[in-house]
Design a protein around this ligand. Sequence first.
Ligand SMILES: Nc1ncnc2c1ncn2[C@@H]1O[C@H](COP(=O)(O)OP(=O)(O)O)[C@@H](O)[C@H]1O
Ligand SMILES: [Mg+2]
Length: 277
Amino acid sequence: MRTIALMNQKGGVGKTTTTVNLAAALARTGRKVCVIDLDPQSHASTHLGVLEEADRPSVYDALVNSTPLAELRVPAGDNLWVVPSDINLAAAEVELAGTVGREMLLRDLMADDPMKFDYVMMDCPPSLGVLTINALTAADEVFVPLQPHFLALHGMSKLFETVDLVARRLNPKLVISGIILCMYETGTRLSAEILNDLEDYLVQTRQSGRKTPWTDATIFRTRIRRNIKVAEAASFGRPIFDYEPACHGSRDYASLAREVIAQEMGIVETIPPAQAA
Ligand SMILES: Nc1ncnc2c1ncn2[C@@H]1O[C@H](COP(=O)(O)OP(=O)(O)O)[C@@H](O)[C@H]1O
Ligand SMILES: [Mg+2]
């Protein structure tokens, strides 16, 4: 099982769109996937066709009332489930302020969950508060969706610092395993420059010999191109594959899923023979 937090404290960079469509792309390959919607705006839930209902429990009840995830999870397609969010989650930060171990609530709920998935993908809100920290504590990996526009890398050091802090204090396994370029404008100089800056930064980290959670981060070769169908699918309440299977967006997310699956082969290959045996 891979548990992945999609995180970037900037809003509007493609976190939710990527969580939903990458999850759907992985589910289409036969893998079992669960999306956990940790944003009070619940866009991942609505994108998966799960609309807010007044008395339906949500991930808020998991965090605040210890409701098991199995009681909250709803089917969202073949091999695909979602633990929905709702607006109550906006108050969780304040309500959990006095709770000891509030950073580890989601991790413990996931450990107690009898249903096992190939991928659990957590859609984080655009902040570095208790909800994002819960995702980082429960995850083994972080994917950072990035929109390569002016100031795209502004705030990246804060993001890296937060992951580093969680890795040191709460979750030593945590690594940033992927950076995903979203809403990519092919052929623009700015997109290419931002990509270069990011590559330079990662190369410098590797050369410095310093071990950080992002030392082995991959910038996925697949770039998610800007495509109006991707935005339309969100309001249609289905992943892109159900809305417009032949568009660029469907092809890009399917290609990203292939790279994500290929990472697992990479991980297997790097295990020394003695350990693998
Ligand atoms: N590849 C894309 N092409 C066109 N629009 C996109 C694409 N990816 C995301 N969007 C749109 O951009 C907006 C922000 O994306 P979203 O995934 O909600 O970002 P975040 O979760 O980081 O706030 C949404 O309206 C979404 O539909
Ligand atoms: Mg979002």
